[in-house]
Design a protein around this ligand. Structure first.
Ligand SMILES: NC(=O)C1=CN([C@@H]2O[C@H](COP(=O)(O)OP(=O)(O)OC[C@H]3O[C@@H](n4cnc5c(N)ncnc54)[C@H](O)[C@@H]3O)[C@@H](O)[C@H]2O)C=CC1
Ligand SMILES: O=C(O)[C@@H]1CCC=N1
Length: 270
């Protein structure tokens, strides 16, 4: 099936996250002439993509607007952007902790407002993007968003916006937690006597290979862990440390809960 692209993509902000999304879209065939980026720095993003430092007089017809700046910039952005929006504008927001109701309040002319929460591996087409649309959003807008998210990796729609901060904590923030894990895994290897370089290479390759294996396996990661552990062997001793008093589970639960709660705080601060 051929890839469907929006008539025009207008990106407000194009930093770490939105920049990776755009790079992947361009690599997958988005015509750069159909994308405009608004960023205060005016720095180029990619060949053929127009970068502007101020809002145009109007948006192209049927524009998909992606809000990719920081959540706290929403008020400033809305003042300039809302007057340009019409009933055929679609808004996709990747702003953490920013409910659809807040967006609707600031962009009253827009019916199709969708929340998306991507993560950094979208750059490789191996990301996870959480998605939420309320009942007012048209089926065609949902399909258009599905189509543009597909080249980025997995798409996970949720029905209840109340879960959006949990979803963000798990997959949006998740790469940071896993990068931290890889770093700690490597430093732990160093602590038991391996050289820094070798520990770093081995930690990363072990995580990568294990994730690929888990993704292809018929068994759950919990079962796979037990398969590595020979009775009375070395792995079991290590797992016993992770499992004692649910140490790892509790650590990760606390980590995700803290990230989720920050999302709730951001929303309350509006
Ligand atoms: N970094 C990540 O892994 C993820 C970030 N997000 C969301 O993406 C958004 C951006 O985060 P990052 O890319 O990490 O930040 P960033 O700081 O790298 O990018 C922000 C972008 O907004 C632009 N900008 C600044 N002021 C602006 C204004 N007044 N109007 C328009 N554009 C403006 C900047 O030039 C920059 O291009 C946030 O809302 C965040 O919640 C979502 C998922 C993952
Ligand atoms: O840290 C943040 O707020 C954003 C949300 C997901 C990843 N980065």
């Amino acid at each position: 099936m051929t890839q469907a692209w929006p008539a025009h993509l207008f990106m407000v902000g194009c930093g770490n996250m939105a920049g990776q999304m755009l790079a992947r879209w361009l690599a997958c065939g988005l015509d750069p002439a159909r994308a405009t980026v608004l960023r205060p720095s005016g720095r180029a993003v990619a060949d053929g993509v127009q970068v502007v430092t101020d809002y145009p007089a109007s948006l192209p017809a049927q524009a998909m607007v992606m809000l990719g700046m920081k959540p706290y910039q929403l008020d400033d952005v809305a003042v300039s952007l809302a007057p340009l929006c019409t009933a055929d504008t679609r808004i996709v927001s990747i702003l953490a902790g920013t409910p659809v109701a807040d967006l609707r309040q600031r962009f009253p002319a827009v019916r199709d407002v969708i929340r998306a929460m991507p993560n950094l591996p979208v750059a490789l087409g191996q990301g996870v993007t959480g998605l939420y649309a309320d009942r007012d959003v048209s089926p065609s807008a949902r399909s258009a968003v599905d189509a543009i998210i597909k080249p980025l990796g997995a798409a996970e729609w949720i029905e209840d916006e109340g879960q959006f901060n949990a979803l963000t904590a798990l997959s949006g923030c998740g790469p940071a937690f896993l990068f931290r894990f890889i770093d700690a895994f490597s430093r732990a290897g160093e602590a038991i006597g391996l050289s820094r370089d070798q520990a770093a290479r081995m930690a990363l390759a072990t995580v990568q290979g294990s994730a690929n294996l888990a993704a292809q396996a018929d068994e759950s990661p919990a079962t796979l862990a037990d398969r590595v552990a020979s009775p009375g062997g070395m792995t079991r001793e290590g797992l016993n440390i992770l499992d004692a008093d649910n140490r790892l589970l509790n650590l990760l639960s606390d980590t995700l809960a803290a990230a989720r709660d920050r999302g709730e705080e951001i929303a309350r601060a509006r």
